[in-house]
Write a protein that binds this ligand. Structure first.
Ligand SMILES: [Zn+2]
Length: 613
């Protein structure tokens, strides 16, 4: 409600020169329409609020904060006389809202809330004239002070309406027909503004700031700019990716926000801002359309709508083709598509309707999504495209009556029944005569010799027989082994990964020997690499080798090797030792040592497989 004494809106900016560790009062604003004081500091503060009588004034102290004193007074007029800012003590900034004589406020109606630890909003109730019956008036002559309760600012925020998801952010809210989304980034790249027409933010989000620190977003601010327009402001670092915003067609509806992959940034539309995006004089910048036809970036593959749908999100329209593979595995091929560089393969749990889900880049322009529905879950094989940037596969649980029967028809196939094999490894379901498939990948070969070590030993020659020995032992134990090469042949990394994926293998183990250059004979030892879900396999192999072989431990490490990135199953890369290391080179020249190494690698794989049974 507007009142006659509320004449102007004030906006002050203060740049204090503070002791190194003090917070700075960056700005404050008294909104006369809402009787609302907003305070912004550069780091978190905890205000202390007091109501002092005779004359009536509301005091907001910011401990550990400094303020500029030069523009400290603003007259408001009416019952609220003025708002003043001062340095109460060396490290306490003080804001005072002073009322005209004869007016007071009910302290119980004063509300202060932290939008974040560095932004606070104080709602000042409408001042009332002091009369004999005014309950808040004291008859005492001396000054009285009432301390008001200030709840600490939210640090973490969780809401039904705002969620940090596996691949971005989700805001749940109502939109009207024809609602439009505009995304802009400021010239200094630190602010991304998402304007939504015909949209109303939920109550718990409106005019709120959330400290996020996820996906390179420091802060997200929700502003209901009018009854029908909402704005989201993402505070980001300069070098962070841009964001895509689209409406979800699923479930209760809302806004899906996805960061663009870093690799895609150079190709995306150029966004220019016309003005410095200080919020109060912000003019939405005009995007310059320079978008060119590029591959769709696949941002996420996630379960949605209460696990009844598998959702594939991309930054533009993607062509999809679905086919059934052996043993109820459904394959979706996305053409002219590229996985986001930071794509994380989704992890399914025991309760997921999908027992196994793998996503990988099969070739330059093809992404493959492999879906193995859990027992009792039906996937009808229709790919729906509710929007340009979204594909949906529907998952339906069979009724209890039919649950015991595997509902997924097994298409006739001569391929080995690998999907079942996995289920046996994964879920402990015993199905006889089904083999686990392990790919053994001896590194390098042919024109690619790999590392050259002391005495001219070539990596490709050393590791092939070791790999073959590993394969022999595994086969003896009933495991089906696929070798990516069985002789001195060049095989591209892409083909190695492709072989494993085509075979729908359960595990992938790449075997290499290391190099540190000829000047570092002192560097020796075993390294095992993994990515995504290969950690336990890596640990099993690594620790088994350490137990049985006299080799230095250089640790299990995470690395984005091609064959680890592009394989759809737990995958590891073992560097059995340094060909350039004095100790390792001498040991690896010994046939018994190499045999021990091969046996230990195999034992590590077997121990992992058995732990999964
Ligand atoms: Zn190598």
């Amino acid at each position: 409600m507007k009142s006659r004494w509320l004449l102007l809106s004030l906006f002050g900016i203060f740049l204090g020169y503070a002791p190194a560790d003090a917070a700075k009062l960056l700005s404050w604003r008294f909104d006369t329409n809402q009787n609302q004081l907003t305070i912004k500091t550069d780091t978190g503060v905890q205000p202390v609020v007091k109501l002092i009588q005779n004359p009536t004034r509301l005091v907001i102290d910011l401990p550990g904060t400094v303020a500029d004193l030069s523009q400290a007074n603003q007259m408001v007029g009416g019952a609220i006389k003025s708002v003043r800012v001062g340095q109460f003590e060396v490290n306490i900034a003080r804001l005072v809202i002073e009322l005209e004589e004869g007016y007071t406020i009910n302290p119980e109606e004063v509300k202060i809330r932290g939008l974040s630890s560095s932004q606070w909003v104080l709602d000042v109730p409408q001042p009332v004239q002091i009369t004999e019956s005014t309950p808040t008036v004291t008859n005492q002559e001396e000054t009285t002070e009432t301390s008001l309760t200030v709840n600490p600012a939210p640090v973490d925020f969780e809401s039904r309406d705002f969620q940090v998801t596996q691949n971005g952010l989700f805001v749940r809210f109502e939109k009207r027909e024809g609602s439009q989304i505009t995304v802009n980034r400021s010239r200094d790249r630190r602010e991304i503004t998402i304007d939504l027409t015909g949209a109303t933010l939920p109550q718990d989000l409106a005019n709120r700031v959330i400290e996020l620190n996820e996906y390179d977003v420091n802060q997200i601010e929700f502003v209901q700019t009018s009854e029908t327009t909402a704005r989201l402001i993402l505070k980001v670092s300069e070098d962070s990716p841009d964001w895509l915003a689209s409406y979800s067609r699923l479930g209760e509806g809302g806004l899906v926000l996805l960061p663009r992959s870093r690799t895609a940034r150079s190709r995306e539309s150029v966004v220019t801002a016309r003005t410095n995006p200080t919020r109060n004089n912000y003019t939405p910048p005009t995007p310059t359309q320079t978008q060119t036809q590029t591959r769709a970036i696949v941002q996420g593959v996630t379960l949605a709508a209460n696990n009844s749908e598998l959702m594939i999100n991309s930054d533009q329209k993607v062509e999809a083709q679905g086919t059934w593979r052996a043993n109820g595995v459904y394959e979706v091929r996305l053409r002219n598509a590229q996985l986001a560089s930071d794509f994380i393969n989704p992890q399914m749990t025991a309760n997921s309707p999908i027992s196994r889900l793998r996503v990988w880049q099969e070739s330059d322009d093809t992404v493959v999504v492999l879906v193995h529905p859990a027992l009792g879950v039906h996937l009808d094989g229709n790919i729906e495209q509710p929007s340009e940037q979204m594909l949906i596969l529907r998952l339906r649980e069979f009724s209890r009556v039919t649950r015991a029967i595997d509902p997924v028809p097994t298409p006739p196939s001569n391929d080995p029944p690998l999907g079942r094999a996995w289920e046996r490894v994964n879920n402990g379901r015993q199905t006889p005569n089904e083999k686990i498939v392990v790919v053994i990948d001896p590194g390098h070969g042919g024109k690619d010799p790999g590392a050259i070590g002391i005495n001219g030993v070539r990596e490709k020659d050393l590791i092939l027989p070791i790999s073959q020995e590993v394969a022999r032992i595994l086969e003896q134990q009933g495991i089906q082994v696929i070798m990516t090469r069985n002789n001195d042949q060049y095989v591209s990394l892409q083909d190695r990964a492709r072989m494993a994926n085509r075979a729908n293998a359960d595990l992938f183990i790449s075997i290499h020997a290391n190099s540190m250059g000829m000047n570092r004979p002192d560097v020796n030892g075993l390294e095992t690499y993994y990515l995504q879900d290969g950690l336990r396999l890596a640990e099993s192999i690594h620790n088994t080798i350490l137990k049985n072989v006299d080799v230095r431990n250089r640790g299990v490490r995470r690395a984005r090797f091609y064959v680890l990135r592009h394989t759809q199953m737990p995958a590891v890369l073992v560097e059995i030792g340094f060909l350039t290391g004095k100790e390792d080179a001498a040991k690896l020249a010994n046939a018994a040592y190499r045999q021990q190494m091969a046996e230990s690698i195999a034992a590590g794989i077997l121990s992992y497989v058995r732990s999964k049974k």
